[in-house]
Design a protein around this ligand. Structure first.
Ligand code: NIG
Ligand code: FE
Length: 419
């Protein structure tokens, strides 16, 4: 945190994304842009935002944005970045035609990462997680949601959540942890999904809640994984323990996950590649954020979620990477912008809203991050270019020059060059 003041000056285009809640429908196009702007930061918090001439305070440390664009730090609202081992062979099996769910059914996929994560020490998980967070930070991410779900037993689920707690305390990127104990049915419970849900409800969730190891509980609601009924039972239990809830919904088949998320008051439903019109309308009425994960659709060769339709029907859409060792081993924010705009019908403005204020809302943090507003955390991205419109245009390549976290420069592209 910066003690004293910092003045970010000479901002050609300040993209505030101003607000304290998710933006829906047409509201997603409103970026609250201020030209020729400056931002004043004190004690890690944004104290003033406005036209350059309006914010003057002598004696401050100055950071010159050189006429470039400044945006809120990006929020990656759906990842599985703490895991052991890799699944590079599976990637090539999928390319040559094997299906994601078929690999899981035969004990591979998520279950293969479960073996490697159970075997990994806490230190190994923390160190691998730290390197992955460094990569995210270089893309402008200042807050990331991270899920457990590669333990599927008490000890390893808690080991993953503790690794995220350690990382949140020691790495500049903030972490919103989610418990995903119902990510797959572990081998020990093969064919006994109901009993596994009982085990989570009776043994793991109460401890995780008591120790405040997560903000949310999530479930992989999918044909052959957890049914709608099992998912609902688990999430109701989590709500009783005071947790917020999320759902991996309608990713590969329409199982009614979108509607369930709406009825449960979930903060978000994620994936939604096969969500029905009815499910989408229920989400719009309930105000459930749709967290869409185009990098995963791209890697799985699936059709993209219907972002355009969802926005037009009044849903708040967020975009996230889903970074994980299987379906999408990519934390690429540039890829998100490219796919969101080129293949999902989103405008540049909507895509920016989707990785800032709407993503913050998807992790229940829109009051403190996701926009450049007085009183929020001073988390910002300075681009190498004068406009946010370069984010999709600079296809698949990062536009980030500097990242400010709590008022401090924590990434500087020019300083990462070693010649
Ligand atoms: O969001 N779909 C389920 N879970 C993750 C993938 C996890 C994995 O393959 O390891 C997802 O895509
Ligand atoms: Fe996921």
């Amino acid at each position: 945190m910066t003690k004293g003041g910092l003045l970010i000056k000479n901002i050609g285009e300040l993209v505030t994304c101003s607000g304290t809640d998710a933006k829906r429908g047409a509201g997603m196009s409103d970026l609250g842009v201020i030209r020729d702007a400056a931002v004043l930061v004190e004690d890690g918090v944004i104290r003033a935002v406005g036209k350059a001439g309006e914010i003057e305070k002598p004696g401050l440390v100055e950071l010159d944005a050189r006429g470039n664009a400044v945006l809120p730090g990006f929020v990656d609202a759906h990842t599985h970045f703490v895991f052991g081992g890799y699944r590079q062979e599976e990637f090539f099996w999928r390319i040559s035609g094997r299906s994601y769910l078929d690999i899981l059914k035969k004990g591979g996929g998520i279950l293969s990462t479960v073996q490697a994560t159970r075997a990994a020490t806490a230190e190994t998980l923390v160190e691998a997680g730290r390197r992955r967070l460094d990569g995210m930070l270089s893309f402008g991410v200042t807050t990331v949601e991270g899920k457990s779900g590669y333990g599927l037993d008490r000890d390893t689920e808690i080991k993953q959540l503790e690794a995220m707690r350690t990382l949140s305390e020691t790495h500049p990127v903030d972490i919103a942890p989610t418990f995903l104990g119902a990510h797959a049915v572990p081998e020990e419970y093969r064919g006994k999904g109901d009993e596994y849900i009982d085990f989570i409800l009776d043994v793991v969730l109460p401890e995780v809640a008591e120790r405040k190891l997560c903000r949310f509980c999530d479930v992989f609601c999918e044909k052959g994984v957890f049914s709608l009924e099992q998912s609902g039972r688990l999430l109701l239990g989590a709500k009783k323990l005071g947790m917020g809830v999320k759902i991996h919904a309608d990713e590969i088949h329409d199982t009614g996950g979108a509607g369930l998320a709406a009825r449960l008051g979930a903060v978000s439903a994620d994936h939604l590649l096969h969500a029905s019109d009815g499910g989408i309308d229920e989400m719009a009425r309930a105000g459930t954020v749709a967290v869409l994960l185009p990098n995963t659709a791209f890697c799985l060769g699936e059709t993209y979620a219907r972002a355009r339709d969802m926005i037009d029907r009044g849903i708040a859409v967020a975009l996230a990477t889903d970074m994980n060792p299987g379906s999408c081993f990519s934390e690429s924010i540039p890829l998100l912008f490219a796919l969101g705009t080129m293949y999902m019908g989103m405008s540049a403005e909507e895509a920016v809203t989707a990785v800032t204020i709407n993503a913050a809302a998807a992790v229940g943090m829109a009051e403190s991050i996701g926009s450049i507003d007085v009183g929020k955390k001073a988390d910002m991205v300075i681009l190498q270019y004068p406009s946010y419109r370069y984010l999709p245009y600079r296809t698949g390549v990062s536009c980030v020059e500097k990242v400010i976290k709590n008022g401090k420069t924590v990434y500087d592209r020019s300083r990462s060059l070693v010649y």
